[in-house]
Design a protein around this ligand. Structure first.
Ligand code: SAM
Length: 240
């Protein structure tokens, strides 16, 4: 069965949103992956259909109730129990390409989107959720973060990307930022394409790209450079 994403949200109409377009949208229509957006409010039990309450200990905002979120999780997992249950939260593990690859290689994901101040911690722990952040900034809700995570996963699924190789060669797969790209016209506004790229010498092109990738990574992302850059074998050389 195809890779299946379930999203637990108070705003199911936000899905598939941008994922209904372009490569992801075509793959969705072709059945290469599946998406169901589940309305958390459908699991409210009181007559006001309330999903949240005020924070214990005081403070501003509202917190999603554990009983309602738990029932929504149970419903999502019933349709695919082997999938990781991920909650999008700014205090989670930072999303990176390695994590994306892991999700894409599995049967799918269940994504829980927070709103307001967040979600009662007890249901996060009781369900053993994986807490994931898409960066060090605060969104108003988890939905854009879920769309980001899904976009990154779906493009890696078999048959989704036009040229299969383009997933392997780009930023982060070799632990380096990607080299810059150029196309025709070779002269534009008085600016030339770097001559080596027009030389037809594949070895020289590969070396130039490698040098550019290393230079960019060293200067822009010293953190990435320290972790991967210096230790990575010349992964790009064999591919270009
Ligand atoms: N009070 C929370 C805090 O300071 O950590 C912020 C809650 S935020 C206004 C509402 C929801 O947006 C969160 O529950 C989470 O689902 C989502 N969210 C916000 N920033 C995020 C990020 N960087 N990565 C993933 N999800 C995020």
């Amino acid at each position: 069965s195809p890779w299946q994403a379930s999203v637990l949200t108070l705003f199911p109409e936000m899905f598939p949103g941008p994922l209904g377009q372009s490569l992801a949208g075509r793959a969705l229509r072709e059945g290469r992956w599946g998406l169901d957006a589940i309305d958390i409010r459908g699991f409210a039990t009181d007559r006001h259909r309330s999903v949240d309450d005020t924070p214990c200990g005081g403070g501003a905002g509202m917190v999603l109730r554990p009983d309602v979120v738990d029932a929504a999780c149970a419903a999502a997992l019933a349709a695919g129990p082997d999938r990781p249950l991920v909650v999008l939260t700014p205090r989670g593990v930072p999303l990176d390409q390695r994590m994306v690859r892991g999700f894409a290689e599995g049967p799918g994901v269940v994504l829980l989107c927070g709103r307001f101040e967040g979600i009662d911690q007890r249901v996060i722990e009781a369900r053993g959720m994986l807490e994931v952040s898409i960066g060090d900034y605060v969104l108003s809700g988890g939905e854009p973060a879920a769309l980001v995570l899904l976009d990154a996963c779906v493009r890696l699924l078999p048959g989704v990307m036009g040229a299969a190789a383009s997933g392997e060669e780009e930023s982060f797969s070799a632990g380096l930022l990607e080299y810059p790209h150029y196309t025709r016209p070779t002269q534009w506004n008085g600016l030339a394409v770097p001559p080596v790229l027009l030389s037809g010498n594949h070895a020289e092109v590969a070396r130039w790209r490698r040098e550019q990738a290393e230079m960019l990574t060293r200067t822009r992302r010293p953190d990435l450079w320290a972790r991967h850059g210096s230790a990575t074998p010349h992964a790009l050389d064999g591919q270009v």
